[in-house]
Ligand binder design. Structure first.
Ligand SMILES: [Zn+2]
Length: 136
């Protein structure tokens, strides 16, 4: 499911201060400190939004870019899906979806539920949708 991704854009620099404060200069997915930069999650809003952007280290940004993860190194994702920072949950869920496990894996389902991300759309489940799902 390698969807084409829009290129990261320079305007994301506007969020520098906010993101640095939130992340304390660390990758918000794995806590790494190597080559940490903002990463906007597609689809991009008109202006960069901290709710759609996270700080990622070189490795994590590359994974997000390629929709591929190295399962051996990816254990931190199971923590990241519980993050209080929405874009971190979304990024972690998308990376888990990119893993080879397949959506039938009960562990993966739980992780996506924790992140409140819909496996079909790779987007947040809205409250309304949850109600609808619960009612059907
Ligand atoms: Zn990282």
């Amino acid at each position: 499911m390698a969807r084409k991704k829009p290129k990261q854009r320079p305007q994301v620099g506007l969020l520098g201060k906010v993101l640095t404060r939130r992340s304390k200069g660390r990758c918000e997915l794995c806590g790494g400190k190597v080559d940490v930069r903002p990463y906007e999650l597609p689809p991009f809003p008109e202006l960069p939004d901290p709710e759609r952007t996270l700080m990622g280290c070189g490795r994590c940004r590359e994974w997000m870019e390629r929709d591929r993860i190295d399962p051996v190194q990816a254990h931190f994702l199971s923590q990241a899906v519980w993050s209080e920072v929405a874009p971190v949950r979304l990024a972690a869920a998308r990376l888990l979806l990119a893993s080879e496990e397949g959506i039938d894996d009960p562990w993966l389902r739980d992780a996506l539920e924790a992140a409140r991300v819909d496996p079909e759309s790779g987007e947040f489940v809205t409250i309304e949708e949850e109600w609808r799902a619960a009612g059907s």
